[in-house]
Design a protein around this ligand. Structure first.
Ligand SMILES: [Zn+2]
Length: 717
């Protein structure tokens, strides 16, 4: 095994460069230091201990809380030629003995162990006799009794430090909040560890929240139009709803499976396994599903019910897009969700202190839903991270919502709640506001109230939206003891007195542009590419089935996409693609090359060698923008725009796909260009300066490439 981290990265894992803080963590750990790594899902956490384990003498012992996750990691490592194994309760006795012996003999690079097993005298004795390179404690937030992943066994893990003080330790988590972080440090005895905190943004996830109308139909529309054939997770609050939603989706032709704590262990495992192994399976689940699922190509997470906190929302949506490719976090919510959750908090048995925490968390969640600004900024801010510009990849950034002055409407709504005695739910109050005279209203005498019929200017849907927002903002509370009657809170006084004005969100039922749509279209835009793509996927599926491993363990989608784009003609060219290390080249290289050659090279021209620009283009075709490509590949934005500009020049992509400029902006740039001396019209700097820096060099470069293309083509004509 080479001793240089970059060499290991290239030869074993098939990547050119490290991302983010990976290199710093690896160097620190390799040198024998302890580390605490907080990195978002999909940020490449496991490399942080896998590479040091390969470089340092001995076996890296990895504590991992979930069996499915362990198996997945070990299968992936074996494919890379890394000597890995696991010890957990699923192993037959003989196999367990063999694994233990290999560990003692120094035949393992990495050994994954369940925490309860690690703490047995037997395994402790083994560790004492074997050579151990490091301890990695994955999902370290399991020590936190505040989180829902709490594992009592994790509390004992500080033993490792006490018994084996000389062996470096690394704790890893994707959980964001500070309290959990402090708990990890304290419980695991990591006070002297160096902390590597990467921030929690998941730039490839597009956050979208829409008002609920007919949730199931909205879901089916979303799945059909944006995710045909994709794997994803649909979250619901109750077991019953999970069952009925899964059934409904199956009737609509989707491959959907239920998952909740009420199913037998057998059935749960069967459904989880199908989700991992097959393509295009949708799991409908309560929150019981998800932890330990490391499937990289989950393309969407859909919420039919609101999570109880932003922590839960972040964690659940975070299961999408672990491969770094575009993914959707989609949610619908409505008045009833707000009422149900408010009621749940008020009705809970918890003491006042816990209730206050829960209320705060729910308020933050509801505020997030009603937000009119960038959702990503708000989400990151909640976790203490400031990002200075809107993300451009959430529904509010893509389709800024309209707002309206709802002060008057809110006042009418609040007075009507008051006049009717704070004993009714929203639907009745809306009837009164709209002046509906039915038997019940007459019997209660509500048609004689001063607020009867004062709200005819809004229709029922608009009133529901008003109520949802004023309840979300805390002006009304839900009395759970009185069957969900609405009551005024102290906060509503200034609104009633006309001292504050309320800006409300205008609900739009138009869906924001999808993250997935472009890549699906792009995938099929060239029939020749599409045929090759399908053929490569078929080969991958066969190989995976033969070995009984998930398809992504053979190659991830991005690697196949690069093969389509670059069409390598030999092993050397194939090896240049990201994600193909030496072992996989040996195992599968020839078979994949044969399929590529069979499909011939593009346009009948000779097969071209893959270049770094092709790699960027392949990712772009998968729907990533320049920032995401730069992050994924560890390049600068300028370099990536250089690659895209080249693609514009050759006609591989259109200018409009790369830069989102309006016609008037393009007109403005052109007008300014014409004012430049002729010999400077195609130089970037004079144009940039003449435009006073209004457009970046990157954008101008793409526009120049567009011109070049048209100059070339008209020159030929
Ligand atoms: Zn945004």
């Amino acid at each position: 095994m080479p001793k240089d981290p970059v060499q290991v990265l290239r030869s074993v894992f098939g990547y050119e460069r490290f991302r983010g803080q990976q290199r710093a963590v690896i160097d620190h750990l390799t040198a024998g230091g302890d580390a605490l790594v907080l990195m978002p899902t999909g940020g490449g956490k496991s490399l942080c201990y896998q590479i040091p384990a390969l470089i340092r003498p001995g076996t890296g012992v990895v504590v991992s809380p979930l069996i499915a996750l362990m198996q997945d990691q070990v299968e992936t490592l074996l494919q890379l030629g890394v000597r890995a194994a696991f010890l957990n309760s699923t192993l037959p006795y003989d196999t367990q003995r063999q694994v233990e012996q290999s560990f003692l003999d120094g035949q393992l690079d990495l050994l994954y162990v369940a925490p309860e097993r690690l703490l047995t005298d037997r395994v402790q004795a083994l560790i004492g006799r074997a050579e151990v390179s490091l301890f990695a404690i994955d999902e370290a937030h399991c020590v936190s009794q505040w989180g829902h992943d709490f594992r009592a066994d994790y509390w004992q893990l500080s033993l490792l430090h006490e018994r084996f003080p000389g062996i470096p330790r690394i704790g890893l988590t994707a959980t964001a909040d500070e309290r959990t972080r402090n708990e990890i440090v304290e419980r695991l005895g990591l006070q002297d560890a160096k902390v590597f905190c990467s921030g929690f943004d998941r730039p490839n996830i597009r956050y979208r929240i829409s008002p609920k109308q007919d949730a199931r139909r909205q879901l089916v529309h979303f799945l059909r139009s944006e995710h045909p054939g994709d794997a994803g997770i649909v979250y619901c609050l109750s077991r019953k709803k999970v069952e009925s939603t899964a059934e409904w989706l199956r009737a609509e032709g989707f491959s959907a499976l239920p998952y909740h704590a009420g199913l037998s262990t057998d059935e749960r495992q069967k459904n989880q396994r199908r989700f991992l192994m097959e393509e295009g399976v949708i799991v409908v689940a309560t929150i019981a599903f998800g932890m330990g699922i490391d499937k990289p190509n989950v393309r969407f997470v859909a919420h039919l019910d609101l999570p109880k906190s932003l922590e839960a929302y972040y964690q659940e949506t975070g299961r999408a897009g672990r491969d770094g490719l575009p993914a959707n976090a989609w949610m619908v919510y409505g008045l009833q969700d707000v009422i149900t959750l408010r009621q749940m908090v008020e009705a809970s048995e918890a003491d006042e202190l816990h209730k206050r925490v829960e209320r705060y968390k729910l308020d933050s969640m509801l505020g997030f839903c009603e937000l009119t600004g960038c959702r990503r900024q708000a989400l990151l801010r909640y976790f203490g991270e400031i990002s200075d510009k809107p993300c451009g990849n959430c529904d509010n950034c893509l389709n800024p919502p309209d707002t309206w002055d709802g002060t008057d409407a809110a006042r009418k709504a609040l007075s009507c709640v008051y006049r009717t005695g704070q004993r009714f739910g929203a639907h009745h109050i809306i009837d009164v506001l709209r002046g509906k005279s039915n038997e019940r209203i007459q019997r209660l005498g509500h048609d004689r109230l001063s607020t009867f019929g004062i709200g005819q200017e809004l229709d029922e849907k608009q009133w529901l939206s008003v109520f949802r927002q004023i309840i979300a903002q805390g002006y009304l509370t839900v009395d759970w003891e009185a069957h969900g009657a609405l009551r005024l809170t102290e906060d509503c006084r200034p609104v009633l007195r006309g001292e504050v004005s309320l800006s409300l969100r205008k609900d739009s039922y138009k869906e924001a542009a999808s993250a997935g749509r472009r890549h699906i279209e792009a995938r099929f835009s060239n029939p020749d590419d599409d045929r090759l793509w399908q053929a490569l996927r078929a080969l991958r599926r066969n190989l995976a089935e033969q070995q009984d491993v998930p398809a992504y363990v053979i190659f991830q989608d991005a690697v196949l996409m690069e093969m389509v784009q670059a069409r390598p003609g030999n092993r050397t060219e194939l090896k240049r693609l990201a994600g193909i290390g030496e072992r996989k080249l040996q195992l599968y290289g020839d078979e994949f090359l044969a399929v590529i050659l069979e499909h011939g090279s593009r346009d009948g021209s000779a097969s071209t060698a893959s270049t770094t620009a092709d790699e960027s283009l392949a990712l772009f075709r998968l729907g990533m923008n320049a920032e995401q490509i730069a992050y994924q590949r560890g390049l600068t934005i300028t370099t990536v725009y250089g690659h895209l500009a080249r693609a514009i020049e050759t006609g591989a992509v259109e200018l409009g796909e790369v830069v989102g400029l309006s016609d008037s902006e393009i007109g403005e740039i052109e007008a300014v260009r014409q004012t430049l001396p002729e010999d400077q019209r195609y130089a970037l700097k004079p144009l940039y300066q003449a435009l006073n820096g209004k457009f970046s060099y990157e954008v101008l470069r793409c526009i120049r490439a567009h011109h070049e293309r048209h100059r070339n083509s008209s020159g030929q004509a």
